[in-house]
Design a binder for this molecule. Structure first.
Ligand code: FES
Length: 127
């Protein structure tokens, strides 16, 4: 089980849900199942509208991550994954801050998921 907390200006308050790790559900799927509206258009990793910021909670180091080629490309094209950051995450197996909800498979990790509510717009980090 993983605690997934969704936070966005479009939500009245932060919402924490329990997700079953390993059932291959994406974060977008978890959000939809809980009536949390993350903007999404293609739902296939190509448009970038489901941009989210993921923060790992708890004391464990984040699990290693393999971004799909689609996610790498879309994040890069949208300016959310620079070449140096891509090299670092691939070398050190650390996840990037920005992800695509439709490509992110929930794992056994507690996370905070922040999104702006606007398609492809990153959350205001000053909140
Ligand atoms: S909905 Fe298009 S990239 Fe996720």
């Amino acid at each position: 089980m993983a605690n997934v907390t969704f936070s966005a200006p479009t939500l009245d308050k932060d919402i924490t849900v329990y997700a079953v790790a390993g059932d291959n559900k994406t974060l977008l799927g978890v959000a939809k199942a809980n009536n949390i509206a993350i903007p999404c258009q293609c739902q296939d990793g190509e448009c970038g509208s489901c941009l989210i910021k993921v923060t790992f909670l708890g004391t464990k180091a984040p699990l290693a991550v393999s971004l799909t080629e689609k996610e790498k490309l879309t994040l890069s094209v949208n300016g959310k994954l620079s070449k140096p950051v891509l090299e670092e995450i691939e070398t050190n197996d650390v996840p990037p801050v920005y992800r695509l909800a439709c490509q992110y498979i929930v794992r056994d990790e507690d996370i905070l998921v922040e999104f702006s509510g606007e398609p492809g717009v990153e959350i205001d980090l000053r909140r």
